[in-house]
Design a protein around this ligand. Sequence first.
Ligand SMILES: Cc1cc2nc3c(=O)[nH]c(=O)nc-3n(C[C@H](O)[C@H](O)[C@H](O)COP(=O)(O)OP(=O)(O)OC[C@H]3O[C@@H](n4cnc5c(N)ncnc54)[C@H](O)[C@@H]3O)c2cc1C
Length: 463
Amino acid sequence: MFGDGSLERFKREGRIVVVGASLAGLRAAETLREKGFTGSLTMIGDEPHEPYDRPPLSKQVLLGRAAADRTALPRRRSVDATWRLGVAATGLDMAARRVRLADGDEVPYDRLLIATGVRARPWPREAEAELDGVFVLRTRDDGAALARRLAEGPERVLVIGAGFTGSEIASACRERGLSVTVAERGSAPLVGALGGVVGSVAAELQREHGVDLRCGVMVTALEGDASGRVRAAQLSDGSTVETDVVIVSLGARRNTDWLAGSGLGAGPRGIACDAGCRAFDFRGIVTDDIYAAGDVARCPHPLFGYQFLSLEHWGNAVSQADIAAHNMLSESTDRLPHMEVPAFWSSQFGVNIKSVGVPSLGTELLVTQGSLEDHRFVAVYGYQGRVIGAVAFDHARWLPFYQELIERTAPFPPQFPTVDRRSDGQRPVAADFPDPSVPTHGPTVTLSGYSPADRRMTFTPAH
Ligand SMILES: Cc1cc2nc3c(=O)[nH]c(=O)nc-3n(C[C@H](O)[C@H](O)[C@H](O)COP(=O)(O)OP(=O)(O)OC[C@H]3O[C@@H](n4cnc5c(N)ncnc54)[C@H](O)[C@@H]3O)c2cc1C
């Protein structure tokens, strides 16, 4: 089919469409241009804004230190593209290679990158979710609205869910001097991502900073007054929390609904891809021309036994976007697997938390440096006799070292002396993760290899 040089031309020219104009979409577009793609590039995004950064939304924006509309992502280079912002993709015709848009338009492509990310899981009861004073936090508009309400100085804020985002929101509220209650179904904050041992440190941090932390409880109902403003929340232990702001922080849903019936291997757990970000169809056969990157993708990771990982990490969105863009322009022998070690950061209650690897895969944990009591430590996670992850509380400079251990599948417990290990870290202990069949609020890495929902997927061809 391709004569001399024509494959090369096909790769560099033609039409590439990117759906999802945020971190992964923008970085992929930049890499495509960097690597010499000269064809037409179309960026489709349902938000009206140019790509912006989300991490500041739960940090500087809520503290009033940055305006939500000043969070644009810095550009690595100019991207010559047609931007279709404020319009959602509503369907995909794989056979005709076209993306359908909400305004009725159809955009043809030769290669497609899907980077539609996730959205905040809403409060499940619609009427309660619509009460004035009930918020979620995922978008710039969410951040602006919540920051405005916090600046008004509410009497009490209730945060439902103590994953990373919920905990950061609680931290920002305390820093603003607001009274905060946090309700978490699990045994401790961050328990889904870091387990019960480190979760108990996170719980201490919250309480020391004046958070009214309630673990092992669920919010069962939100109540409003006659004017439709939220006033109270009922908890599963029978207690009531009077509050005028509720922030629902119950994790995320993958933005794959628009792909229903397309024949792509997409479902509630994301878009299944090979290790090079190329998407599978619903039969598990890899497509030639469709890629996925960022929070919406779930890919087998070579360093973690090729288990499918769904990651909600900033760094992962950037590195997958680079790999997907490279592979979109490469012949099969030149394609690269996505090998980046997952990494995550968070700042809350004055502590800088950083993790590498996949702590939530770990069964055991050893404090190798510092001490849990001091809230300043490195904890290393072990799985089947090897180092699988590490988390640092205010000890980040050591993480590259632990990343190297993960990359070379070093044995667990780690076999090196450290000078600053304290008494609570002499022996590995159970990392104490909750039963994986009971979802917690917002782990940011999920093993997503098996999904009964995927097995139920049916494909109705468009033609
Ligand atoms: C409040 C907050 C704090 C965070 N803090 C941290 C942190 O401290 N550290 C860290 O590592 N990570 C953090 N993250 C996570 C990080 O921001 C994400 O991993 C990153 O944004 C993922 O980028 P993405 O491009 O894959 O997806 P997203 O940023 O979710 O972008 C997807 C885009 O696609 C759009 N879209 C969806 N469906 C369609 C459609 N059908 N048609 C067109 N467009 C569509 C969406 O509206 C969105 O604009 C945080 C996230 C939030 C919300």
